[in-house]
Write a protein that binds this ligand. Structure first.
Ligand SMILES: [Zn+2]
Length: 102
């Protein structure tokens, strides 16, 4: 269980657009829950990358391609995914606050 860094209330996991956020019901603080959402996002990034640097139709199954890619370039992809998450989180936090006021 995690607690809000701003007010100390318990953070509630909320699923939104396929991501899980930890939300403080008291002050509106919101952060992306680390585990499963992070994996989803990284998978998408990874598929984009495959297209960029192979430029040819896949010969192996999707599963095999992901495994191969993961074994040689996961570090770089993880970093990119993380930067994107932060931008998205700010936008969605604003939307959340607007709903709270309405
Ligand atoms: Zn709070």
């Amino acid at each position: 269980m995690k607690f809000c860094p701003k007010c100390g209330s318990v953070l509630i996991p909320v699923k939104e657009k396929g991501h899980v956020y930890l939300v403080c019901k008291k002050c509106g603080y919101k952060e992306l829950a680390a585990d499963e959402t992070y994996v989803e996002k990284t998978k998408v990034e990874r598929k984009k990358k495959i297209k960029e640097f192979t430029g040819e139709p896949p010969k192996e199954s999707e599963e095999e391609r992901e495994y191969v890619l993961e074994s040689f370039s996961s570090g770089e992809l993880d970093q990119e995914a993380e930067e994107e998450e932060e931008e998205e989180e700010e936008e969605e936090e604003d939307a959340y606050r607007r709903r709270e006021r309405a």
